[in-house]
Design a protein around this ligand. Structure first.
Ligand code: ADP
Length: 251
């Protein structure tokens, strides 16, 4: 579903991802862990095409994401090509990023109507199902500023799902929330992991959530994968000293 092939990303002289190789299979739930600055968010931003690689290729469902095919060659991707590829991928950010001037239901239906060309009726019908799923059916006409952070984040999750993505990227989605609001958001994500086959890439400091939801954990340090394994392996018997040290600090 996703393949990073010798991906290099640098900002100025600072090499953030250093010839990074990894693959994610369809339906995988992969958690990326590692110290701050190790490149986790950059990986998600490359997948969202919010950043461009300096070298190497990112592949999504067998198609190059960072480039497009021109006969046998790969050339830098055009904006139009990127727009098509982007539709396959949904992202939820730490800071919800809802449109403040729109109601909840308008936030969720905006892209399905304007990007996917769905009719308003069918987009609203789907939005209502998704609001039911995230436990906010009664809030469809509220504005974001009338909701708690946890509720806003659940709307952001519904908005990402409304595009029917093959891949869902979750970037520290509970970090900006008061502790008592975290549980509801994680419950919704657990349910999505249980009930759908969406491929998920998760950056989180909630190690219990990572254990519950993911089937693979990748430990990063300085733009490289230090270790990978199942949550049981990584959390209970890490092989690498860098992983043990990191887990001691966060658990
Ligand atoms: P993580 O998510 O693991 O904390 P990031 O991917 O956010 O790490 O960042 C990796 C490194 O890249 C950090 O040192 C960060 O300062 C740097 N970085 C990220 N984005 C930019 C940018 N737009 N300009 C310059 N440096 C950046």
């Amino acid at each position: 579903m996703i393949r990073f092939d010798k991906v290099v990303k640098q900002f100025g002289d600072h090499v953030v991802l250093d010839h990074l190789d990894f693959e994610v299979a369809r339906g995988d739930r992969v958690t990326l862990i590692g110290p701050s600055g190790s490149g986790k968010t950059t990986i998600l931003r490359l997948l969202m095409t919010l950043e461009k690689v300096n070298d190497g290729v990112v592949w999504v469902e067998g198609e190059p994401l960072s480039h497009q095919r021109k006969g046998e060659r790969l050339v830098p991707a055009s904006e139009k090509y990127l727009r098509t590829m982007r539709k396959r991928i949904g992202m939820v950010f730490q800071q919800f990023n809802l449109f403040p001037n729109m109601t909840v239901v308008e936030n969720i239906t905006e892209a399905p109507i304007h990007v996917l060309g769905q009719s308003k009726e069918s987009a609203v019908r789907r939005a209502r199902e998704l609001l039911e799923l995230v436990g906010l059916a009664e809030k469809e006409n509220a504005h974001p500023n009338q909701l708690s952070g946890g509720q806003q984040q659940r709307v952001a999750i519904a908005r990402a799902l409304a595009m029917d993505p093959d891949i869902l990227l979750l970037d520290e989605v509970t970090s900006a929330l008061d502790p008592e609001l975290v549980a509801d958001v994680l419950d919704v994500l657990r349910q999505i992991a249980r009930d759908t086959d969406i491929t998920m890439l998760i950056v989180t400091h909630e190690m219990k959530f990572a254990k519950d939801v993911s089937n693979r954990v990748l430990m990063f340090d300085k733009g490289k994968i230090v270790e990978e394994g199942t949550p049981e392996q990584i959390f209970t018997a890490p092989e690498h000293e860098r992983t043990s040290r990191f887990l001691k600090a966060v658990l």
